[in-house]
Design a protein around this ligand. Structure first.
Ligand code: NCD
Ligand code: ZN
Length: 342
C-alpha cells in the first residue's frame, strides 16, 4: 500500500468561529494540524489582546481531551486600532499577526478598514516590532469586477504599502491569481497562503449543472489560467508559498439560501485535498515543505517534529458533518477521495 509520511503540518489561515460551532469544527483541525493561525472575524471581532486572550482560552477549552493543539492568535485591524495595542500584542507572545480586512469585503468584515492609509501608524509599529500583517487582498469598490478584485488591490494598495513599509512582513492570504504569484515572487518580506479549493477548482465549478453554493468563497474561484499559476507556485518548492486552508464553516442553512455566505469547509480533509492537488502535477514530494516547513519558517517558529501518515485509498467524503444550527457540508461533499489521513 502506498503511504506518505510527513512532518505534522500547520494551518496558517483558519476560521474556527465560537461557541457550538467552535466545538464542532475544532476536532477536525486538531486531527490534522498541530497549530493554526486563527482568524479574528468573530462578531464582534477580536480587536484587542484581551479579546484574543479570552478567545484563545475558549479554543483551548474546546480541544478534545488528550490532544495537543496550539492556536496562534491574530488581531482584527480597524480604523481605530491603537499602535500601543501592537506593542501589547507582541509582548503577549500568543498574538502572532494582525489581519487586515477591507470594510465589507467578506464575512463579518463590517469593522474592517475603510482606507488602508488610516493604519499607517499601526503599520509603523508592526514593522518596528516585527509583527506580520495578514492581508485579505481585495478591493471592495463596487465598480471593480469581482474577478479583478485581487489584481486591483495589488496595484492600488499593496504596491504603495510595500513602498511605505518595505520591512513590514506581509502574508497575502488565500491568493487566487497569477498577478498575486508574480507580486510575491518579485518582492521581499512577503509570502502567501494558498487554499485547497483554489488549487483544485476554477470558477466553472460554481455553475456546474446549476448554482453550487458550497464552492462559493472569497476571494472567489478564478479562471483556469490563474488556478494553474497558483498550483505551479504551491508545488514549486518556493518557501514564499505555504498552506492556509481558509476553512470557513457556515451551516447548510446559511449556504443554501437566497443570499448564501462565502466560505468553504475543508478542515475535515484538508491534507487529503492538498495531496490530490499536488499529485495532479506529480509534485507530491513538494507537499511536506509546503504544509509543514515554510509556514513556521516565515512565522519564525520551530518546525513540528511529530509525523502524520497519508494512505492511498478510496473513501467518500460525507454529505455533511454535525455543526451548530444546521449540518455542515464539507468541500466536495459526497465525492471520492484517493488519499486518507490515518
Ligand atoms: C471567510 C469566513 O467565512 O469567515 N469566508 C471566505 O469565503 N473565505 C472570510 C474570509 O476569509 O474571507
Ligand atoms: Zn479567511
Amino acid at each position: 500500500m502506498q503511504t506518505l509520511t510527513l512532518t505534522q503540518p500547520d494551518d496558517w489561515h483558519l476560521h474556527l468561529r465560537d461557541g457550538a460551532a467552535l466545538q464542532a469544527v475544532l476536532p477536525h483541525t486538531v486531527r490534522q494540524f498541530s497549530r493554526a493561525i486563527i482568524m479574528p472575524n468573530l462578531k464582534p471581532p477580536v480587536r484587542s489582546v484581551a479579546d484574543a486572550a479570552a478567545y484563545r482560552d475558549r479554543i483551548l477549552a474546546a480541544i478534545p481531551a488528550g490532544k495537543r493543539f496550539e492556536p496562534l492568535m491574530t488581531l482584527y485591524l480597524t480604523d481605530n486600532t491603537d499602535p500601543a495595542e501592537i506593542i501589547a500584542a507582541k509582548a503577549s507572545q500568543f498574538v502572532k499577526a494582525v489581519k487586515y480586512y477591507p470594510a465589507g469585503a467578506t464575512t463579518n468584515s463590517d469593522f474592517g478598514v475603510t482606507d488602508i492609509r488610516k493604519c499607517d501608524r499601526v503599520f509603523e509599529a508592526m514593522q518596528q516590532v516585527n509583527m506580520p500583517l495578514l492581508l485579505h487582498g481585495e478591493v471592495t469598490d463596487k465598480a471593480v469586477d469581482i474577478f479583478d478584485r485581487e489584481q486591483v488591490f495589488i496595484e492600488k494598495h499593496l504596491i504603495p504599502l510595500k513602498q511605505r513599509f518595505p520591512h513590514l512582513r506581509i502574508v497575502l492570504e488565500h491568493i487566487t491569481t497569477s498577478d498575486a504569484v508574480e507580486f510575491v515572487l518579485g518582492n521581499n518580506n512577503i509570502a502567501a497562503t494558498i487554499t485547497p479549493q483554489h488549487l483544485l477548482f476554477n470558477r466553472n465549478i460554481l455553475f456546474k449543472g446549476g448554482i453550487r453554493p458550497h464552492f462559493y468563497c472569497l476571494p472567489i474561484l478564478k479562471h483556469e489560467a490563474h488556478r494553474r499559476a497558483i498550483l505551479q507556485a504551491a508545488t514549486s518548492g518556493n518557501a514564499k508559498f505555504f498552506l492556509g486552508t481558509d476553512s470557513a464553516p457556515h451551516g447548510r442553512n446559511s449556504k443554501e439560501t437566497s443570499c448564501g455566505c462565502a466560505g468553504c469547509f475543508s478542515a475535515l480533509h484538508a491534507m487529503e485535498l492538498y495531496a490530490e492537488a499536488f499529485e495532479t502535477v506529480d509534485a507530491i514530494d513538494k507537499l511536506e515543505a509546503f504544509a509543514s516547513f515554510y509556514g513556521p519558517d516565515f512565522y519564525q517558529l520551530p518546525r513540528n517534529t511529530e509525523k502524520i501518515t497519508l494512505t492511498k485509498t478510496t473513501w467518500r467524503i460525507p454529505d455533511e458533518v454535525p455543526f451548530a444550527e444546521s449540518g455542515l457540508v464539507p468541500l466536495r461533499a459526497g465525492e471520492e477521495m484517493t488519499w486518507q489521513m490515518a
